[in-house]
Design a protein around this ligand. Structure first.
Ligand code: CU
Length: 461
């Protein structure tokens, strides 16, 4: 996320060459555009080692450098300010409630906004970020309908077949980072609310999920720790790798989505990420969660995951982002590894039309799905969702799109009494607002009228 590119004020000759792909001769600034050829850098908060802003994912995670960036960006008194937001208004209908016990419909909004400010400090760079969601009100405490989803609770009962809302405070964090050698940097992340070094970039920030309003069914096997109430992460990194360790409060957020759930830093995690080239980011992580679930406080959890993220050009002006993720949990209660696998993609065909899809396997227990009569059993669940998004308008730096999503799940026969069939379905239609894509050709008025020397293909118009 965080990708605000635009301001190429420091001479980019000092930065590693990036030629992700070549631009059309006459880019249309009103449309979503892929990443520019050059590495952005901004005076006052240059990133150590010349690592581009586009690489910044959720928390301290890395995306491919080629990931598209959607943000508003201004310089003010030596501070670089960036605003990111993603707002979906949806109508969601899961299953046919007349035929099956499980399923529901809802109109609501999934959304988040993030404000970041960064400044030069002591030979490095400090960044403050705040990320917020209105979902406690626009989704509600019971979450939105999503067949076979599980995780977190309300009124002492596990949420099932619904995705919990995100908390009002999704992140309040400070990062300090600086180079300590020509190709070595250090980073410290302090977050009263934030994301420890676990798993891939969280789905709200993944380009491969950017047009999908809904969470993966494997969220709690892969990236659900993106909101924790207390995280400290230390990292060392070069231009191509990053090694991180975190201590954090491993408890999931509770049903009160507007408060701070501070406890103790009882959990830890480590992650290695490698970005071998501009289009790729590969990571592996391990986490120990001391007591993640409020309903089962004595149950500790080990979580291991690996991910491969890719962004590549598609056609003349499109871009194709994808994610392949494996995540597994082992609960101290039963010492069995339960696996999940996900492939997800977003293909921006031409800057206006995008196709997206997510294909998942996850092993869930009767407890996860609140199926008391099947207690002790485990279920292999598959899910395929596909969708389409079309940009229909752009104004004031925002882009409005309209889209739809259809999903079909595959469940074992033993679940048909609950879901009505072995292949229950769900669909949603939605509007989506986000900042227009940033690229080096963006208007200088967004940078206080400063002239912006550019290099590379696209921006020389
Ligand atoms: Cu989440």
């Amino acid at each position: 996320m965080l990708g605000a590119a635009g301001a190429l004020i420091i001479a980019s000759s000092s930065l590693p060459a990036q030629h992700v792909h070549h631009a059309p001769a006459q880019p249309d600034t009103s449309m979503h555009m892929p990443m520019p050829d050059t590495q952005p850098a901004v005076r006052g908060s240059a990133r150590p080692l010349g690592i581009p802003m586009s690489r910044a994912g959720s928390g301290t995670s890395w995306l491919p450098d080629a990931a598209p960036m959607h943000a508003d960006h201004v310089m003010a008194g030596g501070w670089e300010l960036m605003l990111h937001y993603l707002v979906f208004g949806y109508y969601d209908r899961q299953n046919d409630a007349d035929r099956a016990k499980r399923g529901d419909d809802q109109a609501g909004s999934a959304n988040w906004a993030m404000l970041m400010a960064s400044h030069a400090l002591a030979g490095g760079r400090v960044q403050l970020s705040g990320m917020f969601s209105a979902e406690p009100w626009t989704v509600g405490a019971s979450g939105y309908p999503l067949l076979l989803q599980s995780g977190e609770s309300r009124h002492g009962l596990p949420l099932h077949d619904r995705q919990h809302p995100h908390d009002l405070f999704m992140e309040l964090a400070a990062i300090y980072e600086r180079a300590v050698a020509p190709n070595l940097g250090v980073q410290l992340y302090l977050a009263p609310v934030g994301e420890p070094a676990i798993g891939p970039v969280a789905f709200p920030h993944r380009p491969s999920a950017a047009n999908d309003p809904f969470a993966p069914l494997s969220h709690h096997w892969q990236d659900a720790t993106h909101i924790t109430y207390g995280t400290i992460t230390a990292a060392i990194f070069s231009r191509t790798w990053k090694l991180e360790g975190s201590i954090f409060d491993g408890r999931e957020p509770d049903q009160d989505r507007t408060d701070f759930d501070f406890r103790t830093l009882d959990s830890y995690a480590g992650r290695l990420t490698v970005n071998p080239s501009p289009r790729w980011s590969v990571s592996a992580s391990y986490a120990y969660l001391a007591s993640p679930e409020e309903l089962h406080p004595d149950d500790a959890e080990h979580r291991i995951s690996a991910s491969i993220l890719n962004t590549r050009p598609f056609g003349r002006r499109g871009e194709w982002s994808s994610a392949l993720i494996w995540g597994a949990n082992e609960h101290s209660a039963d010492h069995r590894l339960s696996h999940s696998a996900l492939y997800e993609m977003n293909v921006d065909l031409d800057g206006r039309n995008a196709l997206f899809g997510r294909f998942e396997y996850v092993n869930k227990t009767a407890e996860d799905l609140a199926l008391d009569s099947l207690a002790g059993r485990r279920f292999d669940i598959g899910s395929a969702s596909v969708g389409y998004m079309r940009e229909i308008a752009g104004a004031l730096g925002s882009s409005l799109g309209v889209g739809g999503r259809f999903a079909v799940a595959l469940v074992p026969r033993s679940l048909t009494p609950y879901y009505g069939s072995r292949t229950p379905t769900g669909f949603a239609v939605f509007l989506r607002v986000r900042p227009q894509a940033m690229h080096a050709g963006m208007d200088m008025e967004q940078h206080g009228g400063m002239p912006m020397p550019m290099e590379g293909g696209r921006e020389q118009r």
